[in-house]
Design a protein around this ligand. Structure first.
Ligand code: CTP
Length: 398
């Protein structure tokens, strides 16, 4: 758990004091903690005690100019590996279950791209009320995890669930939520996606047609299968899939350098549409039309072949997978490309239709044993099927 970070949302309730102990337990386990303290939470614990324990600024206000300038509320919501709400009040649960966002805590809960763990704390009758139970069910269906509530054992008073789980129980639930599971847990994956842009002058570039969708879907599927996934992406307008480390690049040479920096890896998937050539020099200012209408001559030089370079690298990934974008003789060209580039597998696709930029793909997997024709499916489905095949191949490998 060392190095993991938690965004702790402290809601209003007498149990808020236990969150201070939770921060201490997380620190003992090597985790760092950033906190959002709601207005009601600040009635029970002071911002100063939370700041002293976390060693960080405590975030309290959605409309704080200073906080927003230092770290915007969207960035804050995504800055940790896990969001923990403790104590989770009926109000915070209701807001998240119903999509309300009228303060910093509820906005962060809706904007986050990370898993959420709630430790509810409230009066027994409140917890048992139909509306709170309905909201708890909705949240569970939406993937929110829960720690507690535990039973209240008060002699003479109300008995039943409502007491916040003990800090040690919440810390254990946090560890369970952060434990990486899946068939590719412990594996490192490197994926490239999108085109590369090769500048001609300050306003023009050469590029390949590519939306990046297939590569992003593959990176998302590998991360979902538990792989520690780095996505090296050329210029595209897609959001990175959850749990994927994104490195943005522009040119083929930058892509190669970013890939080499991400080694070692167990598997490489080169889905990027790398520009084969680049202008041998970049004009310092915009190339102008001339009055005699002589068109400029742009001399091209070959870009490095990233796939071939990494397939022959001293730190060669155990499984090297390339794509073959073909318009003719799809499978024959892919078989030749596999041998030429030293790849283990090639996913060949016919790009004469609307594959580029589209949602679907039809590929043929060329490997050491032959050719498999995969049916037409979405790019997400291709990603999931490829991730499953990769997990099968790497199973048992040291
Ligand atoms: N590729 C690469 N570096 C390049 C060109 C391509 O790593 N400079 C990778 C692509 O990411 C893909 C595979 O090589 O995984 C095949 O790309 P493709 O464009 O189909 O092949 P090319 O090498 O460009 O060959 P050709 O243009 O002759 O078909």
């Amino acid at each position: 758990m060392r190095g993991k970070s938690i965004l702790l949302i402290i809601g209003g309730g007498i149990a808020a004091y236990k969150s201070l102990e939770l921060i201490r337990l997380l620190a003992q386990r090597g985790m760092t903690c950033r906190a959002i303290l709601t207005r009601a939470g600040a009635e029970f614990v002071t911002p100063l005690s939370v700041a002293s324990l976390t060693g960080e600024t405590v975030h309290q206000d959605l409309f704080s100019l200073t906080d927003e300038a230092a770290m915007g509320h969207i960035a804050l919501s995504r800055s940790a590996d896990l969001v923990v709400v403790a104590p989770a009040t009926a109000d915070l649960m209701a807001k998240m279950a119903n999509g309300l966002a009228n303060d910093l805590a509820s906005t962060a809960l809706l904007a986050t791209d990370k898993a959420v763990l709630m430790a509810p704390a409230m009066n027994v009758r409140m917890w048992q009320s139909p509306s709170v139970q309905r909201n708890a069910e909705t949240l569970k269906r939406d993937g929110v995890r829960f720690a507690g509530p535990n039973d209240v054992e008060r002699s003479g008073g109300e008995c039943g669930p409502g007491r916040m789980a003990q800090p040690a129980e919440i810390a254990a639930a946090i560890e369970r939520a952060l434990a990486v599971k899946g068939p590719l847990a412990g594996r490192k994956a490197l994926v490239t996606a999108g085109p590369t842009y090769e500048p001609v002058d300050p306003v023009r570039f050469l590029a390949n047609q590519s939306s990046g969708r297939q590569g992003y879907a593959i990176a998302g599927a590998l991360a979902a299968a538990g792989a520690d996934t780095t996505l090296v992406s050329g210029p595209v307008s897609l959001a990175p899939p959850p749990g994927v480390a994104l490195a943005r690049v522009t040119t083929a040479r930058e892509m190669l350098a970013a890939c080499e920096a991400a080694l070692p890896a167990d598997v490489l998937v080169m889905a990027a549409a790398v520009a084969d050539w680049r202008p041998d020099s970049i004009a310092g200012s915009k190339i102008k039309k001339t009055t005699d209408r002589v068109v400029p001559l742009i001399r091209l030089v070959e870009n490095p072949d990233i796939l071939a370079t990494l397939a022959a690298h001293a730190q060669r990934p155990r499984l090297v997978i390339g794509f073959a974008a073909e318009t003719d003789n799809v499978v024959q060209n892919a078989i030749a490309k596999r041998a030429r580039k030293g790849a283990d597998w090639i996913l060949a696709n016919d790009v004469s239709g609307d594959v580029m930029g589209g949602e679907r793909n039809r590929v043929h997997l060329v490997n050491e044993t032959g050719v498999e024709d995969w049916p037409d499916m979405t790019k997400q489905e291709v990603g999931a099927r490829l991730a499953a095949r990769i997990a099968e191949k790497l199973k048992g490998a040291a």
